[in-house]
Design a protein around this ligand. Structure first.
Ligand SMILES: Nc1ncnc2c1ncn2[C@@H]1O[C@H](COP(=O)(O)OP(=O)(O)OP(=O)(O)O)[C@@H](O)[C@H]1O
Ligand SMILES: [Zn+2]
Length: 740
């Protein structure tokens, strides 16, 4: 009689027998039983779902907030064109479920006893935002053996990191940017580094004056054009960095126009002007207002239906074109002349050359509707003007539908009108300032959306590595279950793996390293306190709540305490009106003795099981003017802050506090170029005046490349690498080995 080798194993779908031989029956049984949560079903998520299904995972839940866009189809291979508009997670789960191997056939020698193997496989989609605390909270995360991240933004990654730490569930984190990628495992019981232990590469922030007046790179013009888009189409002109308050400018001008006549010398041929001349010139140019372009912009907004409510009928295209010409003349000619007159470019390599759009320019057929047009075409100044005019006409014509009173949404690189407008406006500015190269629509889109091309192969490699790490995690969990340790094994067998662009000396494109230890200064996983330097006399609780607690520290439903006093609280059962009065108060005037220099605030967030102490230091001198005086009443000055990972040495008020050396500097005035003023982005949106820049252009935010290029040619087993994302001198240790 022959012995059926199958009878010595528990039942297993035939297609998984190879895996059973490689991993062993016990681990395969874990794979068949375990519940897995996947966050994100885009590029990496689709690859992961396919891997999970073909590896035998039978119980998977998928969270994604997005619907399928036509631009996803080239690499998110679970989607077809007839799926466009449907929720990603629904389509991806259905497609993956069809790939799950069927249960093993029953034979007399393999009677089925295992419910998990035969139970119906479930791939359950959740179309929603992982920030939805009612659905995706700590108890929900606790249901899973492993969580996988396949996200595309830092905020969502932070959220999942915190929920996994709170729920004690291992997280397999991944990200790609072009050819680069990385995978790591985060597990609180195993004492590994968490997602927030190392500062992420910060988005590049451009000084406002560079954007408004002295651009020198195409990217500066793109940022400016996005602000112009906001000024023309946004809900409030005040939201744009280009907004000018006519009233205060007028008052300023009137104050200056007292005939003091101090002379300023230009470098354009030695012509001299006086302040009073300039004011007169500006007045003529600006149509009687303090701003050269605000009046024209306001008229334009009302003409195209952005500001008029209720809106009765669309304006005539000819009227829109004519107003467009007026606004463009103000922006690209009158304003530039004014800036030149103000000696703005005295020391510049090149003085800008104003452009006055001709009547025939606004009436011409725009380049995007001409025969033979391609998105890689480069537009002339006249093309740019006709394109902008046609965008404005389009907006005016669509103003009645669907909601005549609602303004256009925020800038979206995938919105055709938005991208055409921004490309044209940005290029006109480049022409004025002599900045090269002029961008095609295609190139501008890449820059405006912080995009680098997604490479499907990198996504596939990273998703494969994530599943390999899952096997290690499950084996470690199995060992714990069978009494073999308390999770330390996971740290030993899992790896932090980088996908490199250049081969290592051994010829590898994958670089596995040991999982790093947590950063003792991490407030998320090590409860470290956070140091904060700001102007406590000027900052209100509302500013502190929005900019520091929510935006910088990522609290979702914070409770803020000073001593025993709760000064602010959020949550389902909390009446928000209770704290309205406190929100308007300056930090120093808050209850509980206020949050002045040397005070400590406690912030709690039960939704993330997170608590942090914030040590506050006061500082009001950030920018010193030419005479050595502090510019204390400047709004930019007032809104500055520094945030770090360790408590600062609290000395007396106004002493300089060296927060820069404290690690996680998120917004450091002290580190800004040449002491130039920067403002923190007051808008909740992340990319208003920030772009991510790298060697090859913009990079995706999810990639922690701070340690990635250490030295892939170096063959030593132990390496010390410079952590470029910190203060430049901090060393991060990692151990390299060859297995993944
Ligand atoms: N807060 C969130 N909650 C749930 N899903 C999220 C959240 N943030 C991002 N995602 C999802 O993560 C996925 C990331 O996938 P991917 O990086 O491929 O992005 P994409 O938007 O599909 O592609 P691209 O950005 O290249 O156009 C997206 O499907 C996105 O909807
Ligand atoms: Zn951490």
């Amino acid at each position: 009689m022959t012995v059926d080798a199958e009878s010595t194993y528990p039942p297993c779908p035939p297609i998984l027998r190879g895996m059973r031989a490689a991993l062993g029956p016990a681990l395969l049984a874990e794979i068949l039983h375990s519940r897995i949560l996947l966050i994100g079903s885009g590029g990496i998520g689709c690859e992961l779902l396919k891997n999970l299904a073909l590896s035998g995972f039978r119980h998977v839940e998928v969270v994604d907030l997005d619907t399928i866009d036509v631009s996803n189809l080239n690499r998110q291979f679970l989607f077809r064109s007839h799926h466009v508009g449907m929720p990603k997670c629904v389509v991806a789960s259905e497609a993956a479920l069809r790939m799950v191997p069927p249960p093993p056939p029953t034979t007399p020698t393999t009677p089925i006893q295992d419910d998990a193997t035969t139970a119906k496989a479930t791939y359950m989609p959740h179309h929603g935002n992982v920030f939805d605390n009612a659905r995706f909270n700590v108890p929900y995360f606790q249901k899973f053996a492993i969580v996988l991240n396949a996200l595309d933004n830092v905020a969502a990654r932070r959220r999942v990191n915190r929920l996994c730490l709170a729920a004690n569930v291992p997280l397999i984190e991944a990200g790609t940017a072009g050819y680069l990628g990385q995978v790591t495992v985060i597990d609180r019981p195993s004492n590994t580094e968490c997602y927030e232990c190392q500062p992420k590469p910060t988005q590049k922030v451009y000084p406002i004056c560079t954007i408004r007046s002295t651009p020198s790179q195409p990217v500066h013009c793109i940022v400016w054009a996005k602000e112009l888009y906001k000024l023309c189409f946004g809900p409030k002109v005040e939201d744009s960095m280009l907004y000018e308050d006519e009233e205060s400018l007028r008052a300023e001008r009137d104050g200056q126009g007292d005939g003091d006549g101090d002379e300023k010398k230009n470098d354009d041929g030695g012509r001299t002007t006086t302040r009073s001349d300039m004011s007169k010139g500006e007045e003529e140019a600006g149509g009687g207002g303090g701003s050269t372009y605000m009046d024209a912009i306001r008229d334009l907004r009302s003409l195209i239906g952005v500001d008029s409510s209720p809106y009765s009928s669309p304006s005539q295209p000819s009227a829109v074109r004519s107003k467009a010409r007026e606004a463009l003349t103000a922006l690209f000619s009158t304003e530039i002349v004014k800036q030149i007159g103000m000696d703005r470019y005295k020391t510049a390599d090149r003085v800008p050359v104003p452009i006055s759009p001709g009547v025939d320019w606004v009436d011409a057929i725009p380049p995007t509707t001409r025969e033979g047009y391609t998105p890689t075409d480069v537009w002339s100044p006249a093309d740019c003007v006709s394109e902008i005019a046609s965008c404005l006409v389009e907006v005016a014509e669509n103003a009645l539908t669907p909601d005549p009173t609602s303004p256009l949404p925020e800038f979206d690189k995938d919105d055709d009108v938005a991208m055409r407008f921004v490309t044209a406006a940005s290029n006109l500015r480049s022409y004025v300032f002599g900045i090269e190269p002029i961008q095609s629509l295609y190139d501008a889109k890449g820059m405006a959306g912080n995009i680098i091309p997604a490479i499907a192969t990198t996504n596939a490699i990273v998703a494969g590595l994530q599943v390999l790490q899952m096997f290690h995690v499950l084996r470690a969990q199995l060992d714990v279950k069978s009494g073999g340790g308390e999770g330390g094994k996971l740290k030993e067998c899992c790896r932090y793996i980088y996908c490199l662009r250049d081969k290592t000396r051994k010829g590898y494109l994958l670089q596995p390293t040991s999982l790093p230890d947590p950063n003792p200064d991490c407030f998320v996983c090590r409860n470290a306190s956070v140091s904060l330097v700001l102007n406590t006399h000027e900052w209100t609780l509302d500013m502190f709540l929005r900019r520091i607690i929510k935006k910088e520290l990522g609290f979702a439903e914070p409770t803020i305490m000073i001593g025993e006093d709760i000064v602010y609280e959020e949550g389902e059962d909390i009446d928000p009106s209770e704290y309205v009065a406190n929100l308007a108060k300056k930090m120093t005037n808050l209850p509980g003795g206020g949050a002045g220099h040397g005070s400590v605030l406690r912030i709690e967030d039960f939704t993330q099981d997170l608590e942090v102490e914030v040590s506050v230091s006061h500082r009001d001198r950030w920018i010193i003017d030419d005479e050595g005086e502090a510019k204390v009443d400047d709004r930019e000055e007032i809104e500055k802050f520094e945030i770090g990972g360790k408590k600062p040495t609290v000395s007396k008020e106004n002493d300089s506090v060296d927060a820069k050396s404290n690690g996680n500097v998120a917004n450091s005035a002290a580190s800004s170029n040449e002491g130039e003023a920067r403002t923190e982005d007051t808008n909740d949106s992340d990319d208003e005046i920030e772009l991510i820049e790298g060697d090859d252009g913009p990079k995706l935010d999810g990639i922690d490349d701070s340690r990635m290029y250490a030295d892939s040619k170096e063959e030593s087993k132990k390496r010390t690498l410079v952590d470029q994302s910190g203060n430049g001198t901090k060393k991060a240790k990692m151990t390299v080995d060859d297995s993944v």
